[in-house]
Design a binder for this molecule. Structure first.
Ligand SMILES: [Zn+2]
Length: 231
């Protein structure tokens, strides 16, 4: 499934959709690709729209990608501060105070929508979770079980060596060196992920995501070892 092609194809259709705040802040490509009927007035509503443009009824979360839900372009290179802005703007529109006088159904829908937005935000703002999600979304046909499927020998060896170093480290200064190296490796992998996602190389992205998972795990273990050395 190529979302890029899908979104480009529907750009013309999307241009005719109701203008939500999302549309003003982002390119046409990011707007929902199809319409659904409003549960209240049955009028057409964009899949990612929070409210019906006809009757203003709050809408429940539709099955869209996390990118579509938040109204950002489908890309690994997410501008996190722009994402923050979009997310908080959307959540403000769903604040429970605004639904104090609404029906139980509208209250429930607004809460479901808020939860879905929160899930999407938590995944997209974190490079590892974002990469994992994108590999999953793009690789449905290629790699049904996601990144854990990759048995890359070099990744396993690196992880084993790292673990050995962590098990034998005794001085805080040495641990700091390991931490610094891991941090640098994480930054490097994130840079590489950006490139391979731009090239639509899902397999390479899958390997890099697996490596990033290991590196994150290592950073967690570094924290444990630090606590042990300092106690
Ligand atoms: Zn409506």
């Amino acid at each position: 499934m190529s979302l890029k092609i899908q979104t480009k194809k529907v750009a013309a259709v999307a241009a005719n959709l109701s203008t939500s705040s999302l549309m003003n802040m982002n390119s046409i490509e990011t707007v929902t690709t199809t319409m659904k009927p409003c549960w209240s007035c049955k009028g057409p509503v964009g899949l990612s729209a929070l409210f019906c443009s006809t009757c203003s009824a709050v809408q429940g979360p539709a099955r869209v990608t996390h990118f579509e839900r938040l109204g950002v372009e489908y890309s690994f290179d997410v501008d996190v501060s722009a994402l923050d802005q979009l997310y908080f703007d959307l959540q403000r529109q769903l604040h429970p105070d605004r639904f104090a006088n609404c029906t139980p159904k509208e209250k429930a829908l607004s809460q479901q929508q808020a939860t879905a937005l929160n899930d999407a935000y938590e995944i997209l703002k974190d490079p590892l979770r974002r990469a994992d999600y994108m590999v999953h979304v793009q690789g449905i046909d290629v790699l049904p079980e996601g990144c854990n499927l990759v048995q890359d020998q070099s990744i396993l060896i690196e992880a084993m060596e790292m673990r050995e170093r962590l098990e034998t480290v005794e001085a805080l200064a040495d641990l700091n060196v390991i931490a610094k190296e891991s941090k640098a490796a994480i930054e490097k992998v994130i840079g590489q992920l950006s490139t391979v996602f731009r090239d639509d190389d899902v397999e390479a992205a899958c390997k890099l995501t697996t490596r990033l998972k290991y590196l994150h795990k290592m950073m967690g273990e570094v924290r444990h070892v630090r606590a042990r050395l300092m106690s």
